[in-house]
Design a protein around this ligand. Structure first.
Ligand SMILES: Nc1ncnc2c1ncn2[C@@H]1O[C@H](COP(=O)(O)OP(=O)(O)OP(=O)(O)O)[C@@H](O)[C@H]1O
Ligand SMILES: [Mg+2]
Length: 260
């Protein structure tokens, strides 16, 4: 009695996924038993070899795909109980997404792209203007807010995409290889911005990455292997030392930077 139960931002229990693609092919059991917990304000990386099921995890967590078994709760809500309409509204209001290929609309300026999720929620123009200006300033792209995606660099596009992911104050942000199309300098810059937003706005982020350097900006790294979370490494030191820890773990476990 009396103990206050604090809802986790993400709770995943016993998650499994079998893909049955063709009538005559064998079903693939991609996820066997995934368990994970994210508390509010955590910045977590999910790593693992190509084809290990990282994107499948994010798709299921976001309600875009249905698990074969297991439970997913976001902010205390079991999304499997929602109707299609409810899940779409939940995704718009509570989740933010950042993708490898930015997914900005070419016909909108960077500021309009950032505002888009608020436009869909019928918010007042003044609120959209104020909130998007805050984010443009935080992401250092206010001077190019009127440019179109094809007029700016990949790193600048990704910063606008991060602004768009944040504008509705989501409880959780999913980023699937957000630096996958960027060179190492732009990647580092994006990671600095994600780290700053995580610290200052307390946003909770789950990021898939193949890069140990990018993962070293996170507070925790989960490794997925054979359908399970094989290991969890928690950052106890600064980013550079954590990077060395991640490299030595990878070297001791098949050396697989190339495999990741
Ligand atoms: N819709 C689908 N139907 C059938 N099989 C699928 C489907 N989506 C993914 N798979 C298979 O499930 C496995 C996991 O795919 P997933 O995209 O989750 O891997 P990943 O870890 O994100 O890989 P990468 O690092 O290359 O992005 C792969 O073998 C893939 O071919
Ligand atoms: Mg993937």
């Amino acid at each position: 009695m009396g103990r206050k139960v604090i809802d986790l931002t993400l709770r995943v229990e016993g998650l499994g996924k079998v893909y049955k693609s063709h009538k005559d092919s064998y079903p693939t059991e991609v996820l066997k038993d995934i368990n994970m917990e994210l508390e509010e304000g955590e910045f977590v990386a999910l790593m693992g070899p190509s084809g290990s099921g990282k994107t499948t995890c994010l798709n299921i967590f976001a309600g875009l795909d249905i698990p074969t078994k297991g439970l997913v709760e976001i902010d205390g809500c079991d999304i499997s109980k929602y109707s299609e309409d409810e899940i779409n509204a939940f995704r718009r209001q509570k989740l933010g997404f950042v993708f490898q290929d930015f997914n900005l609309l070419d016909s909108l300026t960077l500021q309009q792209n950032i505002m888009l999720p608020m436009i869909l929620e019928n918010r007042s123009y003044k609120e959209m203007e104020d909130k998007s200006m805050d984010l443009l300033n935080q992401l250092d792209i206010s001077d190019i807010k009127g440019k179109y995606p094809y007029q700016v660099s990949g790193g600048e596009k990704q910063r606008a995409a991060i602004g768009r992911a944040l504008i509705n104050n989501p409880v959780l942000i999913f980023a699937d290889e957000p630096t996958g199309n960027l060179d190492s300098k732009a990647s580092r810059s994006i990671m600095e911005y994600l780290g700053k937003l995580n610290r200052e706005l307390k946003c909770t982020i789950l990021m898939v990455t193949h890069s140990p350097e990018c993962a070293s900006y996170c507070s925790k790294v989960l490794f997925i292997k054979d359908g399970r979370i094989d290991l969890e490494l928690i950052r106890t030191s600064n980013q550079k030392l954590f990077y060395n820890d991640l490299l030595s773990y990878l070297a001791d476990n098949g050396g697989g930077i190339d495999e990741l």
